[in-house]
Write a protein that binds this ligand. Sequence first.
Ligand code: HPA
Length: 281
Amino acid sequence: MNYQEIRAASQIISERTGRDHHDVALVLGSGLSEFAASLPDAIEIPYADLPGFPVPRVAGHGGSLFSAEVEGGFVLVFAGRVHYYEGWPMDKVVAGVRTAVMCGAKTVVLTNASGGVNPGFAAGDLVLISDHLNLAGINPLMGTNDERLGTRFPDLTDLYSQDLRAVVRSVGDEVDVDLQEGVYAWFSGPSYETPAEVAMVGRMGGDLVGMSTAPEAIAIRHMGARVLGISLCTNLAAGISPTPLSHEEVKEVAALAKDKFTRLLHNLLPRLVAAEADQAV
Ligand code: HPA
C-alpha cells in the first residue's frame, strides 16, 4: 500500500471508531490472536473493509483489527498479520503497521511465535526481542523512498527500544511473568529452517528463528515510532528439537501460554499508553 492508501485506511479507522488517533498498536502473532477477544468494548473492523489491506490466509491467524480504550488512551490491535511466505509483496506485509503509525501510534508491540536456538530457552518461554538478524535477503524499504513516511537510510541502532524493554521487564516482575531476551533471526519461510541454518544462527549470535516481525519492525522505525518485540518460543528450532516441527505444535504451545501472555499484555498496555501520554519513558 502506498502513502495515499495508508492514509485512506487510517481515515476509515478514525471514522469507524470515532477516535481521531490511537496511542499504541499491538500485532498478534500465530496462535495469539485470541487476545483481541479479551478487550472489553473493542470496536472491530475487518481488514476486508480497508481498501488495499491484505487479508491473512494462514490457519491460526484472524483477519480484523480492534480499537479499544485502555486507561484513557486508544489501542489498535491487529488480530492476525500477513507474511512474506504467503506471496505478499513487502508493502502489503508492512501495511498494517504503517497504518497503525499513520493512526498516531508512537509505540507498536509486535508479537510472534518462534523457534528457540539459544540452548537456555524452552518451549513456552516468552522472549523480549533485543535485536534481529535479517536473513531473508529482502527489506520492506527497497524501492523508491517516500519521504513522507521516513528517511531513505534509517538508523536501526535501537530498533527494539531498550527503554520499552525495561518497561516490559518491570511489568513482568509485577505480574510474575518470566521473560528471556534474545536476538531474532528472520527467515522467509514457509519451510522451517534446516538444522544447518539453525546452527549457523547460533554461531552468528541469534537466539530465535521466525518468519515475521523483522520487516514490520523496520517499517515502524522508518516512520519514527518505537518497537517492542515479544516472542513466544513455541518449540526448539530444527536440529535442537528431538522431534520434527509442526504448525500444530506451535498452536498447542501458544494455547498453553495464553494465560501468561494475556496477563503480561493486559498489564503492559496501560503502561505503554501512560508512557505515550507523558513521554516519560
Ligand atoms: N522456525 C520458524 N518459525 C517458527 C518456528 C520455528 O522453529 N516456530 C514457530 N515459528
